[in-house]
Design a protein. Structure first.
Length: 286
């Protein structure tokens, strides 16, 4: 199933997408309601997709988890040596729910960065409460998959000089560059787990203004979806509606010195999961 969260008549609703233009409404609230009890989801009326405003499938996840350096070619383009997963733990980080942005909404360039970049990623939505999962069982905790873009500020400037000799400055600038409002668009819908037989066999493509910038496959992840979910569950309890963004393939703007500008359009597509489209709007004022 392809499941949507959307605004209709000023209220948040959720339902199932039929074909390309009709929604069978399940009920009020976002898809968190469906995750709490999909078998009991009421069937409602049908509505045209053009008559609603699509939101992110989980507009305010309790946990939005990112993964750094999960494709070898992306690691290489950053100038770092190849990673040996046998001597490595997945590099997880958390993002605030205010980073979530709906499909079709504009990514606002921030006042604190001149270098805003793209990162096409597979998004994973957790469907059950889970702790201490084995890798073999981890995909059973997944509700479904979605298209995501881990927008990233590659430089940060706060209007005063800082001690850049302190190695912590670079790390925390990198982290803060993931936290900005609207920097985690995902959607347009959640495709349920049974309709994605192998999350490690998905083509990922990102275009900026129609030009392909990233083209990779989830088969090239260093840590698979199952390994990431299992590892995350060892260090935190996962809950329904938590979202995991699984890392990006090569082709980010930082590798070529090209960054986003106002008026750009970003189009991310993943096999079977649809397309996520966001424009870029003018820089905010401090």
């Amino acid at each position: 199933m392809r499941l949507l969260t959307y605004l209709r008549d000023g209220a948040v609703r959720h339902g199932r997408l039929h074909g390309e233009d009709r929604i069978e409404e399940f009920g009020d609230g976002d898809l968190s309601v469906w995750l709490a009890g999909p078998a009991a989801a009421p069937r409602g009326t049908e509505h045209l997709l053009q008559d609603v405003r699509v939101l992110a499938p989980i507009p305010r996840p309790a946990k939005l988890i990112g993964v750094a350096a999960n494709y070898q070619e992306h690691v290489a383009e950053a100038g770092a040596p190849a990673l040996d997963k046998n001597r490595l733990a997945p590099r997880l980080f958390l993002m605030p729910p205010t980073a979530v942005l709906a499909p079709g909404e504009a990514i606002r360039l921030p006042s604190v960065s001149e270098q805003v970049d793209w990162e096409a990623e597979l998004g994973v939505v957790i469907g059950t409460t889970a702790k201490g999962l084995a890798v073999a069982d981890a995909l059973s905790a997944v509700a479904g998959y979605t298209v995501a873009n881990d927008v990233s500020a590659r430089s940060m400037s706060y209007g005063f000089d800082r001690d850049t000799d302190d190695p912590a400055v670079g790390f925390f600038d990198w982290l803060a560059g993931k936290w900005l409002d609207g920097f985690a668009p995902f959607g347009p819908y959640l495709v349920t787990r049974e309709d994605v037989p192998d999350p490690q066999a998905l083509d990922i493509r990102l275009r900026v203004n129609g030009v392909v910038k990233q083209h990779g496959s989830t088969k090239d992840m260093i840590f698979s979806v199952a390994e990431l979910v299992a590892f995350a569950s060892t260090i935190m309890t996962l809950h329904p509606g938590d979202v995991l963004m699984t890392g990006t393939p090569a082709g980010v703007g930082a590798s070529s010195g090209e960054f986003l500008s106002a008026g750009d359009e970003i189009h991310v597509s993943i096999t079977g999961l649809g397309s996520l489209i966001n424009s870029v709007s003018a820089r905010e004022t401090p």
